[in-house]
Design a protein around this ligand. Structure first.
Ligand code: GLC
Length: 543
């Protein structure tokens, strides 16, 4: 099925709590999302990926799910989800939901039952409980670390009041890992997947995919002297990217294939394109986020080698390359690209460095033209089309990311890219909620020029650039095909042809570079002058 929609789609990530508030309580919701679906159609995306919308105590922004077949009351109810799916479809937009299968919330009834039932019970076998080490089990069972800092183990108190077993949580302690060797867990997820496919979702993003299997003997991990959760560097780790994980996804695929044209997108940050390719193919997932591209520095050689690796790995196995630059987990691109450290192996990278927001915007604009010109699928996180900066001065008291607490405030975490969207107006809540309402995370002053309404009216805005780029992506023949060929090799310059006379040139060289002044410029992130493309700019040329 070489023309399947997901092979060349642009998918927009909606973080529902921060997208649009339909009931005026300061939190985004599904009614708000529904009302803004036409905005997304007009933006020119092909589909949306909706971050978790399930009931959740929100210990990790909704990635701590207490009911996999419900909707969080903050966001609405199941009927609202059905309406979002139906209305999106009516507008020609596909809908991808988020499947958080590695863990549940501590408030999930399965976990409550596991605590109540005691060691050795089938209820406890749904999770990863182990006895502690040390004379009285006072030491964690292994040295494994949590993605959010500290140990990945928490000790419970048994029903009789005695200190008890430990449970594994690769993320926050409010997110106990499920035991994917347990048939009851597998069977429950068959049911959960069918529940959403029956409601019409077109696909699911599989959260933290490499986490689902653990080495059966639970050996200590060797973190090679860097006790941080930097999975892109981990090889042979006992709790990440363990081969048994693929059995789980083959089973998922079996369920998806009961339906027509439903897809899985892997969220899999692993050590190589080869390891990632193992998640993909006719019996596993159809596609995966490209984290090496997302995490790459703004540097021509680094980007060129990621692009080459991606194409070499995926094209021969028939998997569409994907190009992702941001998400609800990453520092906003404008801020990241305005710092000295432009790569992002870990979410604390670059934190506290000085930011040049003008430079960051120029580079984000150029990056958008690079990303949308590459063959395959592209992802766009809400607010990136506006060039929003990271809000890096949120008051401590408003921060909700568990990483802030678990690192004793050392890592500020991901709230700064989750600040509610500015839609219109001159001051908070910028049309996100009715005037006078305080949004769940505070919006900064000074975003009046960055609202959707302001940028729609400004021909030089990021929004207009993204819209124009997505419109061209749908109409320029070269961009609709699969051709890709580097042109020449100039230091600091990325230049490639996509067939049909289409060329993309991106200048990261530090000075102006000449481009063929005889060719019409279809679109540029900063206009070339007299055949010279400025630094940190990109241009699309036609024949
Ligand atoms: C994924 C999500 C992230 C979440 C984590 C644990 O990486 O994108 O937001 O914290 O999984 O579920």
């Amino acid at each position: 099925m070489s023309d399947a929609w997901w092979r060349r789609a642009v998918i927009y990530e909606v973080y529902p709590r921060s997208f649009a508030d339909g009931n005026g309580d300061g939190d985004g919701d599904l009614r708000g999302l529904r009302a803004r679906l036409p905005y997304l159609r007009d933006l020119g995306v092909d589909g949306i990926w909706i971050a978790p919308w399930y009931p959740s105590p929100m210990a990790d922004g909704g990635y701590d799910v207490s009911d996999f077949t419900g909707i969080h009351p903050l966001f609405g109810e199941l009927a609202d989800a059905d309406a979002v799916i139906a209305e999106a479809h009516a507008l020609g937009l596909r809908v991808i939901t988020d499947m958080v299968a590695n863990h549940t919330s501590i408030e999930h009834p399965w976990f409550a039952a596991a605590l109540a039932a005691g060691p050795g019970s089938p209820e406890r076998a749904r999770y990863l409980f182990r006895d502690g080490r040390g004379d009285s089990g006072e030491e964690p069972p292994t040295n494994w670390i949590s993605a959010f800092g500290g140990s990945a183990w928490t000790r419970i108190t048994e029903a009789n009041g005695a200190p008890g077993q430990w449970y594994l949580h690769l993320f926050a302690e409010e997110q106990p890992d499920l035991n994917w060797s347990d048939e009851a867990v597998r069977a429950d997820f068959d049911r959960i997947l069918r529940f959403w496919f029956d409601r019409g979702v077109d696909g699911m993003r599989i959260d933290a995919a490499p986490a689902l299997a653990k080495a059966p003997a639970f050996p200590d991990a060797d973190y090679g002297g860097d006790p941080r959760f930097v999975t892109i560097r981990w090889v042979g780790n006992p709790h990440w990217d363990v081969d048994a994980v693929h059995e789980v996804f083959r089973r998922f695929r079996g369920v998806a294939d009961e339906y027509a044209d439903r897809i899985f997108v892997a969220e899999a940050v692993v050590s190589s394109a080869e390891r990632l390719a193992a998640y993909l193919g006719p019996d596993e997932m159809q596609t995966a986020f490209n984290f090496p591209y997302l995490k790459s520095a703004w540097d021509a050689d680094a980007l060129r080698s990621v692009i080459d690796d991606t194409l070499e790995q995926f094209v021969p196995i028939g998997v569409p390359p994907t190009w992702v630059t941001s998400s609800h987990d990453e520092v906003r691109l404008r801020t990241r690209f305005g710092r000295r450290t432009t790569s992002s192996a870990h979410f604390a990278d670059g934190q506290g460095e000085a930011v040049d927001l003008e430079l960051g915007l120029r580079r984000s604009r150029a990056s958008a033209l690079l990303t949308f010109a590459l063959p395959g699928t592209a992802y766009l996180y809400q607010g990136e089309e506006l060039g929003l900066p990271e809000v890096d001065d949120l008051p401590d008291g408003s921060i909700t990311d568990p990483v802030f607490r678990r690192t004793g405030g050392e890592t500020r975490g991901r709230d700064g890219c989750r600040v509610p969207m500015p839609w219109s107006g001159d001051e908070p809540p910028y049309g996100f909620s009715p005037d006078g309402i305080t949004t769940w995370l505070p919006q900064p002053s000074g975003w009046d020029g960055l609202t959707v309404a302001a940028e729609e009216a400004d021909p030089g805005s990021m929004l207009r650039l993204v819209r124009d780029a997505l419109a061209l992506r749908r109409s320029v023949p070269g961009l609709l095909g699969d051709e890709f060929r580097w042109v020449g090799r100039r230091d600091g310059v990325l230049e490639f042809d996509r067939g049909g006379g289409f060329t993309c040139v991106v200048n990261l060289s530090g000075s102006v570079v000449p481009i063929d002044a005889t060719r019409p410029v279809l679109l540029a992130s900063t206009a070339p002058v007299d055949g010279l493309l400025p630094n940190d700019a990109a241009a699309w040329l036609s024949r």
